[in-house]
Design a protein around this ligand. Structure first.
Ligand code: CA
Ligand code: CA
Ligand code: CA
Ligand code: CA
Length: 446
């Protein structure tokens, strides 16, 4: 059953294989990945850090150069940034001007290698001869265990790459200093999920602490001004999962957990029936999921069982409809869209109230778009309607029905840890109200 899943991921990876085969001889044969722009001989404009930026936005910006296949050059510019390794990282961080490997440390805090999170960077500057080996890469995520192989974005010849560190050559990892951009805000996206765990029709929240502890915040129910108050611990050891989502997979109206582990395996933890200890055992239901940039779980086709909508690295939107068998629900996927890599947030739930999940996506420019289900399960998402702006201030956005009217609301966190609720007004052309802060301290989940 997992073969089809694996094949789907392999297809996407095959594209990467073809591109880095071209690049390796060009940039690594001499053991020099890249060369920095010499500061002493080149007049440089003043540079400074940019505004606060979320990790999701950094990665989305990096992806735009991958998608555009921006050619490597130390003298050319693209979108205002120099098209070498350090200009690329400057672009992703949205700094004012292009830094080089010799001063990128001025806008970063040194961190431990094992502390790397999406959007951090690894800088190697060789002061003796900046043209000899100096390079900088943007950290994406771990391939498997923390501290092992990892995915990077980087600007190399012939053009921008998204690949694993193991797919480079001639590099010495110890030369690279892990850094955290001074203006990066907020946590990684995977450790927060919203969905009705308890089966009362009101969406609850699941949060995962970096130490692996899993907390359930049951929704206080009808009319609650602050629905997420007291919590309880419902699990431990969840730190190996990169993405945790809650939706009813099994069709019993109680939210199950669908989670992607850092080795790319997909796991289903069905709600066992006890709301105090709902997720006691999980089952392996897929592999090859590390390739997905985002994974949303919601009932797309209205059969009462949650499906998966994944955005692959190449920006394609892939729908894995629940096949009916709860022991192997997601055996085959099909592409139902393209160009989704540019969104910083993608979340799915039934916004319009027709029983079929819609997609809500935020762009790096802060625009919020609603892709309402067309009603055609073969082509469920066609065009997005602009339904909001300013959403770049949120590092996580989740669609879920908070107030029990069967129209999905939005739950969002800001990098400062505040939690915000945007209630669905019922008007599908302007579905969300102006938002209310309903909590603090939510940046502790990552
Ligand atoms: Ca509930
Ligand atoms: Ca269930
Ligand atoms: Ca379904
Ligand atoms: Ca609602």
């Amino acid at each position: 059953m997992t073969n089809t899943l694996f094949r789907s991921a392999t297809i996407a990876l095959a594209g990467l294989t073809a591109t880095f085969t071209l690049s390796v001889p060009a940039q690594a044969a001499a053991g020099k990945d890249d060369t920095a722009t010499p500061q002493a001989t080149t007049a440089r404009a003043a540079v400074s850090p940019g505004a606060a930026i979320t990790r999701a936005e950094i990665l989305a910006r990096a992806q735009t150069w991958v998608s555009a296949q921006v050619p490597y050059s130390q003298t050319a510019y693209y979108g205002g940034y120099r098209t070498d390794c350090s200009g690329f990282v400057s672009m992703a961080l949205k700094t004012n001007g292009s830094y080089w490997t010799g001063d990128l440390h001025q806008i970063g805090t040194p961190i431990a290698f094992t502390a790397l999170q999406p959007g951090d960077y690894m800088n190697y500057h060789n002061p003796a001869d900046p043209n000899d080996g100096s390079h900088v890469v943007l950290f994406d995520k771990w391939v498997g265990a923390v501290g092992g192989d990892f995915w990077i974005y980087e600007q190399v010849k012939p053009y921008t790459k998204h690949r694993k560190w193991s797919e480079t050559s001639g590099r010495v990892l110890s030369n690279y200093k892990p850094m955290r951009y001074v203006n990066v805000q907020g946590g990684a996206a995977g450790g927060l999920a919203a969905g009705d765990v308890t089966g009362d029709g009101y969406a609850d929240v699941i949060g995962r602490h970096p130490d692996g502890g899993l907390l359930l915040y049951p929704n206080a129910g009808a009319g609650a001004a602050t629905p997420y108050g007291p919590n309880r611990v419902v699990g431990a050891g969840w730190q190996s999962f990169t993405t945790i989502r809650v939706a009813d997979v099994t069709g019993d109206n109680k939210g199950d957990i669908v989670a992607v582990r850092n080795d790319g395996t997909l796991w289903l933890y069905p709600h066992g029936g006890d709301n105090n200890a709902p997720y006691s055992s999980g089952q392996l239901v897929g592999s090859g999921w590390a390739d997905f940039r985002s994974v949303s779980v919601a009932d797309a086709n209205g059969d009462g069982k949650a499906d998966i909508l994944g955005v692959a690295s190449d920006g394609s939107l892939v729908l894995y409809a629940h096949g009916g068998d709860n022991s192997a629900p997601y055996s085959s996927g099909r592409t139902v869209g393209s160009g989704w890599a540019g969104f910083t947030q993608v979340t799915a739930d039934d916004v319009t109230g027709d029983g079929k999940a819609d997609l809500v996506a935020a762009g790096a420019d802060g625009s919020l778009r609603l892709y309402a289900h067309t009603g055609d399960n073969n082509a469920p998402y066609s065009t997005g309607a602009l339904v909001g702006s300013g959403w770049q201030q949120f590092d996580r956005v989740h669609a879920a029905d908070i107030n029990g009217d069967q129209h999905a609301d939005l739950l969002a966190t800001r990098p400062d840890g505040t939690l915000w609720r945007y209630l669905n007004t019922g008007d599908n052309s302007h579905p969300y109200d102006s938002g209310t802060q309903i909590g603090t301290g939510w940046n502790s989940f990552a």
